[in-house]
Design a protein around this ligand. Structure first.
Ligand SMILES: [Zn+2]
Length: 422
């Protein structure tokens, strides 16, 4: 009896402790991206392979199929499943097939007096973050989603107490200025990313670029990590918080089949995860859960039957293919401009092929040829310019990590997170 009482007291205090939640989502981050990141960091192939932060925290896998017969989810449907516990159709922002709103996990946490925060490198209105605070028939209805930042209220307050990300175009419009409305509601607001340091109180909204941030490989390589650190510094003084962090652009690089771009995003995400893990170490009342919404691109490490992956060509790629292609296509001297973006030599045959497409004015083909060339150099394979149905990794850290171990449906992650809210 005595033992049971001690047990009960221990269990109660143990359960009551874990109340902050950090939920991190790598958009498009299939397990192959974790593999790629691990081997990309390994610079000497003869050395022992070091563990990455992803390897260290990896506890399970999840299936991601949407509520239709396609097997392949988009980010809207996946984010709906990952926070409302219910699968819906592709394009749905936290609504059912008949457009009934589904209660989001941030609506629930707000009712329980949590301080809610979202940090993303896409627009704050993009599918993944939107599904946490809005209900919309179609993900592309950005202005309607933006309106819900202010209009969707719990206890007469907006759902988000802190938002950091892109999307000025959706928030500051001719018909409505959501950022100004937030300011009137008492939010500290800013639209200049250089001033991130000056954010010093909640509620707050930092919306920095017209759409998403530039790619990490092109500019601000640590922006997700820096915003995560800022968010946690502001949230540390709250009673309890729910922070959702999305590494939004792993997916965008995957759609472009751009491996150097994807790895730069993974690197920023890894730094953000390390910051979150450190927060859990110093605040054990916090549970960290990391997953992905789906895989993008059908990435393979090794291609064309060749048993090697030549990461030196990835290291020597100094910009996203999107940015490099644009500059090279309009360059007077392709050969001279090349070295600004790539530190390996452009062979004569490829120079000729690219010059031919440049002269023909075919920018799309030019970009495709460039992408193919970079992937052939490194032996990186891709099967799609879209998403795939590959299962995704689950990583966790904190006292309740056993809940997130093993294989489960993506809706189970939401259910288990929900069980931690108190
Ligand atoms: Zn995508």
């Amino acid at each position: 009896m005595k033992a049971c009482l001690i047990c009960l007291v221990f269990f109660t205090s143990f359960s009551a402790l874990s109340q902050n939640i950090i939920y991190m989502i790598g958009d498009g981050m299939g397990p192959n991206y974790l593999t790629a990141y691990r081997y990309w960091l390994q610079k000497n192939p003869n050395k022992q392979i070091d563990q990455t932060i992803f390897d260290e925290l990896w506890t399970g896998m999840a299936k991601t199929h949407p509520d239709d017969n396609t097997f392949i989810t988009d980010s809207a449907s996946a984010a709906t499943a990952l926070n409302t516990q219910v699968k819906s159709y592709n394009g749905a922002i936290s609504v059912t097939a008949d457009q009934t709103p589904l209660t989001t996990i941030l609506e629930k946490s707000k009712k329980l007096n949590y301080t809610n925060a979202i940090v993303v490198t896409s627009q704050i209105t993009h599918a993944t973050p939107a599904a946490f605070y809005a209900h919309q028939e179609l993900r592309k209805q950005y202005p309607q989603i933006a309106d819900q930042i202010v209009d969707n209220k719990i206890n007469n307050q907006p759902i988000l107490d802190l938002m950091l990300g892109g999307g000025i175009k959706d928030l500051i419009r001719d018909d409505r200025n959501i950022l100004a409305e937030l300011q009137q509601l008492g939010y500290q607001t800013q639209a200049d990313y250089a001033k991130l340091d000056q954010l010093n109180k909640l509620p707050a909204a930092g919306i920095y670029f017209d759409k998403g941030f530039p790619s990490a490989i092109d500019e601000y390589p640590n922006r997700l990590a820096d915003m995560t650190e800022k968010a946690l510094s502001l949230l540390a003084s709250t009673n309890k918080f729910f922070l959702m962090v999305e590494s939004s652009q792993i997916d965008w690089c995957g759609h472009s089949n751009d491996i150097a771009c994807a790895l730069a995003e993974m690197n920023d995400f890894a730094k953000a995860i390390k910051i979150a893990k450190h927060y859990v170490d110093t605040h054990p009342d916090t549970q960290l859960v990391i997953t992905a919404d789906h895989e993008t691109g059908g990435l393979s490490i090794g291609s064309d039957g060749v048993y090697k992956w030549q990461t030196q060509y990835i290291d020597q790629t100094k910009s996203s293919i999107r940015v490099a292609s644009k500059a090279l296509f309009s360059a007077k001297s392709l050969a001279k401009t090349w070295s600004k973006y790539f530190q390996f030599e452009l062979e004569e045959t490829n120079l000729q092929a690219l010059t031919k497409l440049q002269k023909a004015g075919d920018e799309k083909q030019f970009k495709q040829k460039l992408t193919q060339y970079i992937n052939e150099k490194s032996f990186t394979g891709w099967t799609s310019g879209g998403h795939t149905a590959a299962d995704v990794p689950i990583l966790s850290y904190g006292k309740h990590s056993q809940l997130f171990s093993g294989f489960m449906d993506n809706t189970e992650i939401a259910k288990k997170l929900d069980s931690l809210l108190r």
